[in-house]
Design a protein. Structure first.
Length: 561
């Protein structure tokens, strides 16, 4: 670390008819030997800056020690009185700033930059970010105009504390100068606080979560996966907040230095995916744990994975926490639940660990809709209220349905339950293994892409997912839902409607009419069942969910900011 500069330069004594004051922030004189702000007054003082009323008002203030109407000149220098009456220079006030509790000597940062062989000239100042936070900005005249500023950042990390490393670098051909030849700091350009690269959207649910987290933390509306965190408004403090969120949500401890090296979402996502500690299989998945509203709990489809719900992040209010319930048994082989009711009871315990009291908000897609209904039923049996219940293309089997014993018939029934039009399938699965493989491929654009990014044995994962799929579909066939008091928001996947389901389940929302006491609001979405969490269908689905969440919050008097 660089040694802080010291100043002991004598200025001397005031001239005739000139007064010099060393004052504190309350404009009170400081004791001899104590450093304060230097002010000048007297008959020789100028009236102000020529045709610059803004600077005049800033630098020339009312003199509390002189005649009425007299002025003090704010020099911007630090000084102290010696015992012999000589004034001693102690540096510049505008070269020392305080950011989030840290006193920073600007000269130390500029010296560190000038020590880099890539830099000809460097000026560092504090600028206000979109969140009104002070951010260090380094203005550089480089040796090569194509300088990669990440190289400067790496060099500074080795000699400065992280809070002194400027998050933002701006390359200039030359520094703007005042008429007297000094650097005109007020003429330095403001940072754009936005990405300079073209926008590149997230490719999977992990990147979806990270882009929303970055945008929320930095106060931006859009962040791409190639945007550099430090070039769009990030600093070591906001980086710490983001890494704490990652640790809480993904249960991975990421050192701050990683973000300095993997400073884009694409790089950070790759780092996380390759980590031995990276586990997207956790049963309670906090897709977004922060927020002041009641949480929205989303239950997995037949595959048991809930990462697909991350697509809701860009549409829901920033104040809404979002959790996914994922199947137990993804991490390692375990005894799987014997009924939807047993599964719902286990998930209810997990939900209450996050939110001990209601009203509760539940959403289920496909098989998850059955579980959501069962959770709501159990909550109401305990005297708790459910303020929001939503299902996405979820249908119970008919009451008189008898689950077939033949494996091919079981697979056919499962395909119909999952919304497939079997007449359109080129290769109809004939056993449970082929069915699991089909689902693995078809759900690749939602939850499965996160799993496939893992640098681990997919064979083991595939075996466990297959067991979960088989068990969930068997449980769906045996599930006999009871009755829930309240309303239901229901989304139908139009392209999965087909008449061959008539003897198994009713592919209409009124299948729930005898199991829901309140209003059933339906919306048809032009997509397949397995595509409902893709970005295009969510553009239609998510705004409706957002509006109904708001309405339910007002109805049940849930606090919403």
């Amino acid at each position: 670390m660089l040694k802080q500069k010291t100043y002991d330069t004598p200025i001397g004594r005031p001239l005739l008819n000139t007064q010099m004051y060393v004052l504190d922030h309350a404009l009170e004189p400081v004791p001899v030997g104590v450093t304060g702000d230097l002010y000048i007054a007297g008959k020789g003082l100028a009236r102000g800056y020529y045709k610059r009323p803004d600077i005049t008002n800033e630098r020339f203030i009312a003199n509390p020690f002189g005649e009425e109407g007299s002025r003090l000149y704010v020099t911007g220098d630090k000084a102290r009185w010696r015992q012999d009456g000589v004034l001693e220079y102690q540096g510049r006030d505008d070269h020392q700033i305080k950011i989030r509790g840290f006193r920073i000597e600007i000269g130390d940062i500029e010296s560190a930059l000038l020590a880099c062989r890539e830099v000809i000239q460097a000026i560092v100042i504090a600028q206000a970010s979109p969140n009104d936070d002070k951010q260090l900005v380094a203005y550089i005249v480089p040796v090569d105009s194509n300088l990669d500023t990440s190289e400067l950042r790496r060099q500074l990390i080795n000699v400065l504390p992280d809070y002194m490393v400027p998050p933002h670098f701006i390359l200039l051909n030359e520094m703007p100068l005042t008429p007297n030849g000094k650097v005109d700091r007020k003429a330095l350009p403001q940072p754009s606080w936005q990405a300079t690269n073209s926008y590149e959207p997230p490719r999977n649910q992990l990147e979806e979560m990270l882009t929303n987290l970055w945008a929320e933390t930095l106060g931006l509306t859009l962040v791409g996966i190639r945007d550099n965190f430090f070039e769009i408004g990030g600093d070591s403090i906001s980086a710490t907040r983001i890494l704490n969120h990652i640790q809480k949500n993904l249960q991975i401890e990421v050192p701050l230095g990683v973000l300095f090296k993997a400073s884009t979402i694409a790089d950070l996502s790759e780092h996380l995916s390759q980590s031995d500690d990276w586990d997207p299989m956790i049963s309670t998945l906090p897709i977004k744990s922060s927020g002041t509203d009641a949480a929205l709990f989303c239950i997995h489809p037949a595959l048991g994975l809930s990462w697909g719900y991350a697509g809701l992040l860009r549409h829901l209010p920033k104040t809404t926490p979002l959790y996914g319930l994922q199947a137990k048994g993804l991490r390692h082989a375990i005894r799987l639940p014997n009924s939807v009711e047993e599964m719902a009871a286990e998930y209810l315990q997990q939900i209450k660990q996050v939110q001990p009291e209601g009203p509760y908000r539940l959403l289920g897609w496909s098989f998850g809709g059955l579980v959501a209904h069962s959770i709501a039923e159990q909550l109401q049996a305990e005297g708790e209220s459910v303020s929001f219940l939503c299902m996405m293309d979820s249908y119970p089997y008919k009451l008189d349905y008898q689950q077939p014993k033949n494996e091919a018939d079981i697979v056919r029934a499962a395909l119909l339950f999952l919304g497939y039009d079997i007449s359109t399938l080129d290769n109809l699965p004939i056993n449970k293994e082929e069915l699991a493989s089909l689902l693995w491929r078809d759900y690749d654009d939602s939850s499965m892409s996160v799993v496939q990014d893992m640098q681990k044995s997919q064979a083991d994962i595939m075996d466990r997912v297959q067991a979960i799929i088989e068990n969930n579909l068997e449980l769906a066939g045996r599930f006999k839902p009871g009755k829930v008091d309240g309303d239901l928001l229901f989304f139908i996947a139009e392209e999965s409607v087909n008449g061959s389901m008539g003897n198994i389940l009713e592919h209409q929302a009124n299948a729930w009419s005898s199991r829901i006491t309140g209003k059933i609001e339906t919306h048809s979405i032009p997509c397949r069942h397995q595509d409902m969490l893709d970005s295009a269908p969510l553009e239609s689905i998510a705004p409706i969910i957002k509006e109904r969440l708001q309405q339910s919050a007002e109805k049940h008097k849930i606090k919403v900011n």
